[in-house]
Design a protein around this ligand. Structure first.
Ligand SMILES: *[C@@H]1O[C@H](CO)[C@@H](O)[C@H](O)[C@H]1NC(C)=O
Ligand SMILES: *[C@@H]1O[C@H](CO)[C@@H](O)[C@H](O)[C@H]1NC(C)=O
Ligand SMILES: *[C@@H]1O[C@H](CO)[C@@H](O)[C@H](O)[C@H]1NC(C)=O
Ligand SMILES: *[C@@H]1O[C@H](CO)[C@@H](O)[C@H](O)[C@H]1NC(C)=O
Ligand SMILES: *[C@@H]1O[C@H](CO)[C@@H](O)[C@H](O)[C@H]1NC(C)=O
Ligand SMILES: *[C@@H]1O[C@H](CO)[C@@H](O)[C@H](O)[C@H]1NC(C)=O
Ligand SMILES: *[C@@H]1O[C@H](CO)[C@@H](O)[C@H](O)[C@H]1NC(C)=O
Ligand SMILES: *[C@@H]1O[C@H](CO)[C@@H](O)[C@H](O)[C@H]1NC(C)=O
Ligand SMILES: *[C@@H]1O[C@H](CO)[C@@H](O)[C@H](O)[C@H]1NC(C)=O
Ligand SMILES: *[C@@H]1O[C@H](CO)[C@@H](O)[C@H](O)[C@H]1NC(C)=O
Length: 505
């Protein structure tokens, strides 16, 4: 690749674009889908409490659940409600049915509940093709009812497309919509979106693209991980280069729209995510991959990075999904797209430094310092002694009868002390090393009633930081009580102190 040429083309590609309507009100946001197929679905009140605790400001429902819409009143949370596919035929064939739907599910709730858009059907062309002929009528009827109520400016109407409706999606510049539907659905739909200032709703699943690619798509490329330059995908027509599947799919949609001469319709990604668990045929549905995908996605979207075709143009995105839906059928992964279990516990801890307050309470930015290897008890003991002594960590929870006494071994006790020191030092660089026997983890090591400093508690209760600060009594000298094996290292304490103060601080 001729780098100069590439740069030249990339700088040109930034110039002419004018998506200025609707969704593009500046900054991109991250929202979350709330799927209904959960056996012990939390109450609307609990759902709203979780959304608030996690600073989630945008949600999408797959229906228009009355109790949830009521519970969302006066929260300011912006809500996308949906016409479920099974109501689409009725609504698409009757203006009156559409008007009733809007009365019951929209007018009854606004302005208290901040309904900002309506998703009419879901992936209709691929999942319910027999309703396709009435899809655009349904959009028009719903929109007319909003116009009649003077709500059409604040509530946008669209219909989520599956990205599988885009054919030849790589290179993105050659992407087109499946022409089977162009005249009957896609062209009138895009006209509707354009004339009402709405946006294309697009579902983007790099997980499935990766799974179906027979190894052609590298996992790193699907997960937004850095790729060596020779592995980056370059669009040979535009010379734009792609560092992740998500951007390539969004750009394919832009190109497919411009193939039909629509160049000013923004895109909102209504679904994307990665499953944290799968069956034996889904080895890449893992907690680590789900965490990596969603963490990188959130950073990417909130950074207003845009895509190579339209850098800086907001692509707001809804993560699929808030809760694991244990009642869904299909492969194991279907039940495991959630960020949270139904009890509100996070499935994993997102790595989100710099993403503002989103998900901060339970899933963001929690890092802990723990022991790295278990086979160096002497090193661990010496480091433990240092942390509880000169390191001025409050090790009193490690005393007999206190919450972190069990398991009474040097590995567990050292983990507690290392972490307490690391948190006390505001997680600054170099404070989790202890001569190589400590390591940073995002997994909360708290267990039972032993809550590690820096943990919000498994139940989302923030513990009182003040109580974790080193107290006078514990830093006053008698740290030999934290010895796992009695005083066998007493004579080396002074040496150890010198040794580790040099290393750690
Ligand atoms: C975390 O949750 C608590 C209790 O639900 C809430 O008071 C607090 O505002 C939340 N913090 C953030 C940053 O959302
Ligand atoms: C409703 O949501 C929109 C979009 O997020 C936001 O701009 C607006 O301020 C919200 N309205 C209220 C009343 O909170
Ligand atoms: C549908 O109903 C709305 C009022 O809800 C009305 O303004 C519009 O003209 C009607 N459209 C058709 C095609 O009947
Ligand atoms: C386009 O859609 C039709 C109807 O669903 C389907 O039969 C066909 O396979 C699709 N074409 C491509 C290239 O996916
Ligand atoms: C798009 O516009 C070009 C130039 O005006 C025209 O040649 C082409 O037929 C149009 N394509 C469609 C699908 O309308
Ligand atoms: C954030 O955006 C800037 C350009 O605006 C870009 O240089 C940077 O790589 C982006 N960071 C991430 C994490 O996407
Ligand atoms: C994440 O942790 C770092 C280091 O402790 C801190 O500087 C940053 O403000 C935190 N970010 C959030 C969103 O809490
Ligand atoms: C939540 O955590 C706090 C602090 O660790 C604990 O006191 C409380 O009992 C817990 N509540 C539940 C319901 O587990
Ligand atoms: C934390 O504990 C200290 C000491 O017990 C107390 O003075 C303070 O009010 C507590 N803070 C909170 C937020 O509970
Ligand atoms: C802690 O120790 C310092 C110095 O030994 C002493 O001045 C201070 O009063 C002590 N504070 C408490 C709360 O005991």
């Amino acid at each position: 690749m001729d780098v100069l040429l590439l740069l030249l083309f990339m700088s040109f590609s930034i110039l002419p674009f004018s998506v200025s309507s609707a969704a593009d009100s500046g900054d991109a946001f991250i929202g979350v889908n709330i799927g209904p197929d959960v056996s012990n679905m939390p109450s609307p009140k609990d759902i709203v409490a979780l959304l608030k605790a996690q600073s989630i400001q945008h949600i999408r429902l797959f229906d228009a659940n009355q109790a949830l819409l009521l519970a969302l009143a006066k929260t300011g949370i912006s809500v996308t409600i949906s016409v479920p596919n099974d109501q689409l035929l009725g609504i698409g064939q009757s203006n009156a049915t559409a008007a009733n739907w809007v009365n019951r599910n929209v007018i009854a709730h606004v302005p208290a509940t901040n309904i900002t858009s309506i998703a009419v059907g879901s992936e209709v062309l691929t999942t319910l093709p027999n309703a396709a002929p009435v899809l655009v009528s349904a959009l028009n009827f719903i929109h007319s009812a909003l116009v009649a109520a003077n709500l059409d400016q604040q509530i946008k109407v669209s219909s989520p497309y599956s990205s599988s409706i885009i054919v030849n999606s790589f290179p993105p510049s050659e992407a087109k919509f499946n022409r089977t539907w162009n005249q009957q659905v896609t062209v009138p739909l895009l006209k509707f979106l354009q004339s009402t200032g709405s946006y294309l709703m697009l579902n983007v699943y790099p997980y499935y693209d990766y799974m179906q690619s027979d190894g052609h798509i590298p996992l790193d490329y699907a997960l937004f991980r850095p790729l060596p330059p020779n592995k980056e995908a370059v669009d040979s027509n535009t010379l734009l280069h792609y560092t992740n599947v998500f951007d390539a799919v969004v750009d394919a949609a832009y190109f497919a729209m411009s193939d039909l001469n629509f160049t000013n319709i923004p895109i909102v990604v209504t679904e994307t995510g990665w499953p944290s668990k799968g069956d034996s045929t889904e080895p890449d549905a893992t907690v680590d991959n789900a965490n990596t995908y969603n963490s990188n996605l959130i950073k990417h979207v909130l950074n207003n990075t845009g895509t190579p075709k339209h850098p800086g143009i907001a692509v707001s995105t809804y993560i699929y999904e808030l809760y694991n839906e244990d009642l869904r059928s299909g492969p194991e992964s279907e039940k495991n797209w959630g960020l949270f279990y139904a009890n509100g516990e996070p499935v994993y801890t997102l790595h989100l430094t710099g993403a503002g307050t989103l998900f901060t309470n339970d899933t963001t930015n929690q890092t802990f310092c723990v022991t790295k290897s278990n086979d160096e008890p002497k090193m661990l003991q010496a480091a433990l002694d240092w942390a509880c002594g000169p390191g001025k960590v409050d090790c009193s929870p490690l005393l007999q009868g206190q919450p972190c006494y069990e398991p009474n071994n040097v590995v567990a006790h050292a983990a507690y002390a290392f972490n307490a020191y690391y948190q006390k030092m505001a997680k600054s660089a170099g404070t989790c090393d202890f001569k190589g026997v400590a390591t940073i983890t995002t997994t909360d090591p708290s267990h039972g009633s032993c809550i590690f400093p820096g943990s919000n508690g498994k139940n989302g209760t923030r513990i009182n930081d003040t109580l974790l600060a080193p107290s006078n009594s514990s830093s006053s000298g008698c740290f030999s009580q934290y010895y796992y094996k009695g005083g066998s290292f007493t004579s080396s304490v002074i040496l150890v102190v010198l040794f580790f103060s040099a290393l750690v601080i």
